[in-house]
Design a protein. Structure first.
Length: 234
């Protein structure tokens, strides 16, 4: 047995890692999710379905090439905890792991073969300092590790600190909250590129809409969207 494995096993006894979905103790070879929860993760298959609910969200608002989500964000679901752990509990590794799962699907999909670079939705520097990391960037890193696509964190920036979107009920309120928030800080790096815009959760789509509106100002830029989870509409 390698020493690294012995050390990991020892610390695992003292500080056991728990599955972020069900709370059971993970074994040495499991990361973030136990194999049982990983196998039951309700994937959408949107990466192979044109005109899926993610793409429909942006119809008549901003032109995108394709859009998809890894799994649905369902009230009461154990997998909803994954997003909360990533955004509010400091579990950045959740983003990398789930991003990797999403990347595996995107890599096989015929609709994402021309992607050049990944642009995560940026955080305001104040929010970045408070959280310690950008959860969307962690997702992008996970996708990049599987696909080999570059991650660009400099071309799109956030200049206004906004309150969380989760408490804003109407689409109009959400749009007003983010419509002037983002700006292009290095547009030349995205010229004639197929950009994959990445976020954690899709609700009204206002944040992604605002980001895509800025990106479409770049000459020759095509935009696709990928999120970890989307909120089902009734």
């Amino acid at each position: 047995m390698k020493w690294s494995l012995i050390v990991r096993s020892f610390f695992g006894l003292l500080y056991p890692k728990l599955c972020e979905a069900c709370g059971t103790t993970l074994n040495t070879y499991e990361e973030v999710l136990c194999l049982r929860c990983l196998g039951r993760l309700p994937r959408t298959n949107f990466w192979n379905e044109p005109d899926n609910p993610v793409e429909q969200t942006f119809w008549g608002r901003v032109p995108i090439e394709h859009g998809c989500a890894l799994f649905p964000f369902v009230r009461g679901s154990r997998y909803r905890k994954l997003i909360h752990s990533l955004k509010y509990h400091g579990k950045w590794e959740v983003g990398i792991m789930l991003g990797g799962l999403l990347g595996q699907e995107l890599k096989k999909s015929p609709f994402y073969q021309t992607v050049d670079t990944i642009v995560p939705v940026p955080l305001h520097p104040k929010k970045l300092h408070m959280r310690g990391y950008n959860q969307c960037e962690q997702i992008a890193i996970g996708i990049a590790r599987v696909t080999g696509w570059a991650v660009n964190t400099t071309s799109l920036s956030r200049r206004i600190f906004t309150n969380t979107q989760t408490r804003r009920r109407s689409r109009i309120n959400r749009w007003e909250n983010v419509s002037e928030v983002f700006y292009l800080s290095d547009p030349d790096a995205l010229k004639n590129k197929h950009v994959l815009l990445v976020d954690d959760v899709l609700t009204s789509g206002s944040t992604l809409d605002a980001c895509a509106t800025q990106l479409q100002k770049v000459e020759g830029c095509k935009i696709s969207i990928a999120v970890l989870s989307y909120v089902r509409r009734n």
